[in-house]
Design a protein around this ligand. Structure first.
Ligand code: TXA
Ligand code: MG
Length: 330
């Protein structure tokens, strides 16, 4: 899985479309995003319509670099600068108190703004060209229909949201498959003690090492985030997480129902019943994460009556994966 060389012509076209209020799917190192000019209310609201996302769910503003922070946020604590210095560009989103410049159409009416500087070279080039002297940014929720599996390839976006006139987008910028495949880690820095809003490839342990103190999960009074909904990232087919020990028994109980399964190589070897699709789960956490949404898309397309996934390891490095699978199964 590698990123193709930058296609400047495509990037110039994307800048032009976005500058005229259009919608462009953009590649990032996490998942594909559905980008719009964050200063343009009409364009941003069109992304909500395209996704079918409730209007009170806030969006992340993607920026070209740390120099854009002061254009969008205020009361920025020193911890924010330290995290940005360490992890930007990269899969970390920080939530700060917003400046007046940042419209309520971006934040779902909340007084905070989520900022992220992606590392994918195509989108870095796009953001740098787009930003201009006022540090313009791009809102970009994951480029999927609300509640569904996030897209880690341009093809996922084409199949789900599609291109106008039949689909909903003006352009899909195909920058290859996403490197990490899991949405960015989100840290709330708007309320004193930094808290973790969403697990990702930047782990709690990494954040705590950088900051030198504990970063607990955000509590119930945390800002709204759809990635925190109990059911999210869901395939259309019902999905169950089953331990390795219980998998054979569960398949037996579901006899008559076509099953699509994802399990480790050693567990798959122990299964005797027929399945419509069986995917070998990667042992390596990075690969498991990078391929997770692609694998969920494949399992969902297998016309099974049930998807069974072997519960992955519970070590801290697997937190983001367990989080997404838990919501996909809810
Ligand atoms: O990796 C990512 O972050 C991807 C790529 C495209 O950058 N984007 C992404 O966006 O995952 P989205 O909209 O699918 O998820 C962003 C999450 C949502 O759950 C949203 O509610 C939350 O971030 N969020 C956005 N602004 C927020 C804010 N001001 N306070 C709290 N949560 C916020
Ligand atoms: Mg999403």
């Amino acid at each position: 899985m590698s990123t193709p060389p930058i296609n400047q012509e495509e990037i110039d076209k994307a800048v032009d479309v976005l500058s005229h209020g259009g919608l462009v799917a953009i590649p990032t190192e996490t998942v594909y995003g559905l980008a719009a000019d964050a200063d343009c209310q009409e364009a941003v609201l069109a992304t909500y319509t395209a996704k079918g996302r409730p209007a009170d769910h806030p969006l992340i503003v993607h920026v070209a670099g740390p120099e854009a922070i002061d254009a969008w946020a205020e009361d920025v604590p020193p911890e924010a600068w330290l995290l940005v210095k360490t992890y930007w560009p990269g899969p970390l989103t920080i939530v700060l108190r917003k400046k007046a410049r940042c419209g309520g159409w971006v934040t779902g009416g909340q007084d905070t703004v989520a900022l992220r500087c992606p590392s994918h070279p195509w989108t870095r080039a796009l953001l740098t060209a787009f930003a201009g002297p006022t540090h313009k940014g791009l809102t970009a929720p994951s480029a999927n229909t609300f509640g569904r599996i996030s897209p880690s390839t341009a093809q996922h976006v084409a199949e789900d949201l599609g291109i106008k006139p039949d689909g909903k987008l003006d352009m899909i910028l195909d920058g290859g498959p996403c490197e990490f495949g899991l949405e960015s880690t989100m840290v709330n820095l708007s309320q004193g003690q930094p808290t973790l809003l969403r697990h990702g490839v930047v782990t709690r342990e990494m954040l705590e090492n950088t900051l030198g103190f504990a970063v607990p999960d955000a509590g119930k009074d945390a800002p709204r985030a759809s990635g925190r909904l109990k059911s999210h990232y869901a395939p259309k087919t019902k999905l169950e997480l089953v331990s390795a020990d219980d998998l054979a028994r569960r398949i037996d109980e579901l006899r008559g129902t076509p099953i699509a399964v994802m399990a480790s190589e050693s567990t798959l070897k122990t299964l005797t019943a027929d399945t419509v699709l069986s995917i070998t789960a990667p042992n390596d956490v990075r690969r498991y994460g990078a391929e997770l949404y692609e694998n969920l898309h494949r399992l969902d397309a297998a016309d099974a009556g049930r998807i069974l996934i072997e519960t992955p390891p519970t070590a801290p490095a697997w937190a983001a994966i367990n989080d997404r699978l838990g919501r996909a199964a809810a």
